[in-house]
Ligand binder design. Structure first.
Ligand code: SF4
Length: 456
């Protein structure tokens, strides 16, 4: 890392693990350095990620049409019922609206959309320009809610007011407003009931986890917010436990539910064989039910018998290869370090958009010496560190894919626009298969021959 020059102001956000290297804690959770083209998304995007999988809601973006391009097509969450969330609605603010105000246009949009689609709930997202011109979103939403008798909730998510994490919190506050006090008498239930937080049901992953839990005797009350509906969210307080997959987006809501309704929470990960088995065991132990604990071991043993021959085969082919990781949340990064070890690979660079201090402490503990750890990276940093660390593969999202390909490095999409599940035992096999097929593709022989790397 000594040879790499960082932009001024970025020094505290990049570390290299190892005795000879810096050991100071990494900075995180701060606003991006001004003028630096960060890979991180904006506040609005953070709010949209969390709320968009509410499948029967009407999602209206109050702003220019460009912000609304961030919709179902690139969020990918699957659902099993009504699918209004797949429609993209925007007030399409133009120059005239910015000069004279957009409130009239917003009210007109709600007047058109609510009678036509009759949604049980409406989310109205504010964007940068709305924050600048000062439209009174609260007042317009309140008037529409009274007029039509449905909740019309303002999502105050002007992109420039903070980090993507602020968008997550804003969305959690909106969800919390929908949740009603518990009504079910928990003691009368025959099976434990839990909420699953921070799974977006990409390629049906929440369904996979729900099926494991069902087999071991636990019911899922609501998934926040993969394949969820307004009525389910209202009942969320009727659960004995909240499990959190994506801590970056849902830790805050879990804390609020614990404070308000005394529902305990635990962090889990269903990425990789080891983390999936450990998480199921943690949930089973919480129930303190010998039958559930026994069935959990049976499910894990059966799944391991099924998937380990495939995983071992990929491990043989991939041993010694090096991976770079740049993902949204810290807990996913931690899981990926473990998951790459399962398939014989070393992670040489790991970064996140919204990792928390606790996440970076764990990453610092489990990463190998020499690993580059970075928060809120920019393309120049990712490029340099992938090359200096000799990465064979980058795991990231839609914004990182072209960067990897231009460098002649294999790529695996671990974000919202992929089409196959990567969670659970079957997801672990899919992941290993995808890593194998991309790293071992003959195309890299041609590219690494000099076309791209030779020009750098
Ligand atoms: S809210 Fe602002 S930063 Fe976010 S997409 Fe829209 S214009 Fe861009």
């Amino acid at each position: 890392m000594e040879d790499v020059v960082l932009l001024k102001g970025r020094e505290q956000f990049v570390r290299q693990k190892g005795e000879r290297h810096q050991t100071l804690p990494i900075s995180c959770g701060a606003e991006s350095v001004a003028g630096c083209v960060s890979q991180r998304a904006c506040v609005y995007c953070g709010a949209r990620v969390v709320l968009n999988p509410v499948a029967d809601a009407l999602h209206l973006v109050h702003g220019p049409i460009g912000c609304a391009s961030y919709t179902w097509d690139i969020r990918g969450s699957l659902n099993s019922g009504k699918s209004l969330y797949r429609e993209g609605f925007s007030t399409d603010l133009r120059e005239k609206d910015i000069i004279f105000g957009g409130e009239t246009k917003l009210a007109a949009a709600l007047d058109e959309l609510i009678p036509k689609y009759q949604p049980p709930v409406v989310f109205v997202y504010s964007t940068c320009v709305v924050g600048i011109i000062g439209d009174d979103l609260d007042a317009v939403c309140k008037a529409a809610a009274e007029k039509y008798g449905v909740p019309v909730l303002p999502v105050q998510s002007s992109g420039f007011v903070g980090t993507k994490s602020i968008g997550y919190q804003t969305a959690c506050d909106v969800l919390f407003k929908l949740i009603e006090p518990p009504t079910t008498k928990l003691l009368l239930r025959r099976r434990p009931v839990i909420n699953y937080l921070g799974d977006f049901n990409l390629a049906g992953e929440a369904w996979i986890i729900r099926s494991y839990l069902k087999k071991i005797g636990i019911d899922v009350n609501v998934v926040f917010t993969g394949d969820s509906r307004y009525e389910e969210i209202r009942r969320a307080a009727n659960a004995e436990l909240n499990i959190i997959q994506c801590a970056g987006s849902m830790f805050y809501l879990a804390q609020k539910l614990e404070e308000a309704y005394h529902i305990p929470f635990m962090q889990v990960s269903f990425l990789g064989v080891e983390d999936t088995a450990d998480s199921l065991r943690k949930i089973a132990r919480f129930t303190n039910d010998p039958g559930i604990i026994r069935r959990t071991e049976e499910v894990i043993a059966a799944e391991l018998r099924r998937v380990m021959p495939d995983i071992s085969g990929y491990r043989t082919a991939l041993s010694g290869k090096k991976a770079a990781v740049y993902v949204g949340g810290g807990f996913k990064a931690i899981s990926l370090i473990r998951q790459f070890r399962e398939i014989g690979m070393e992670v040489v660079m790991v970064g996140t958009q919204t990792g928390r201090r606790e996440d970076y402490e764990i990453i610092g503990d489990i990463a190998n010496d020499g690993t580059i750890i970075l928060d809120d990276a920019n393309p120049a940093e990712l490029e340099r560190f992938m090359l200096t660390q000799g990465a064979d593969l980058l795991v990231g999202g839609v914004k990182e894919r072209p960067l990897a390909y231009k460098l002649g490095i294999a790529f695996v999409d671990h974000n919202h626009d992929r089409k196959h599940p990567l969670a659970g035992f079957e997801g672990a096999v899919n992941f290993a298969h995808e890593v194998y097929t991309t790293i071992c593709s003959p195309v890299w022989n041609a590219v690494k021959g000099g076309v791209v790397r030779g020009d750098l």
